[in-house]
Design a protein around this ligand. Sequence first.
Ligand code: PRP
Ligand code: URA
Length: 209
Amino acid sequence: MKEPVILNHPLIKHKISILRSKKTGTKEFRELISEISTFLCYEATKDAKLEDVEIETPIQKTVGKKLNEDNYAFIPILRAGTGMLDGLIKAIPNAKIGHIGLYRNEETLKPVKYYYKVPKNLAEREVIVLDPMLATGGSGSDAIKMLKEDGAKNIKFLCIIAAPEGIKRIQTEHPDVQIYCATLDEKLNENGYIMPGLGDAGDRIFGTK
Ligand code: PRP
Ligand code: URA
């Protein structure tokens, strides 16, 4: 079981406060989700393997390091996970992208699958699942299960806000998966919303409420 990596940095704390505020509008909300996601990507690629590459500067030949960008697969969970995507693509522009469509049934809180399309050869890739909210953990856990059934072996889960309940569920059902979150909140309310949270991430990213 892996302990979650939590971005304990003043810049992140500052951005999360603006993100949480109900006064923050759609444009700024989207921008903040994207910016925080870039920082999550930075953290999640700290262990990335690099290859040597020969380069020639204007002064001399030297050996630099190169990331095999094609090796990465970013998998946003629809809808809200797509809000994180451009923040990651800024860091690794050549990553492959898959989509998993899930929504939470509002009464049972259980995830319902409606779409699944992912890159080939997942077994050889670094698979990074994106969803801003890890609440009960049902959506994240189901998405990871689907990816494992397709061969994925190296999976990381990136979220902006996690609840302890969601972290525990992923740790129990997928002890091999490393979670990265920008902040860890207190708990869930009776409707399965994260407290204090930021409300419904999908609605705030897409302006649907
Ligand atoms: C939200 C969120 C996660 C899920 C988290 O999606 O983006 O996917 O809920 O909850 P869980 O950890 O309890 O499963 P939602 O179902 O609202 O769909 P949306 O992204 O289309 O708005
Ligand atoms: N999904 C959200 O968008 N927000 C929550 O607080 C919980 C699940």
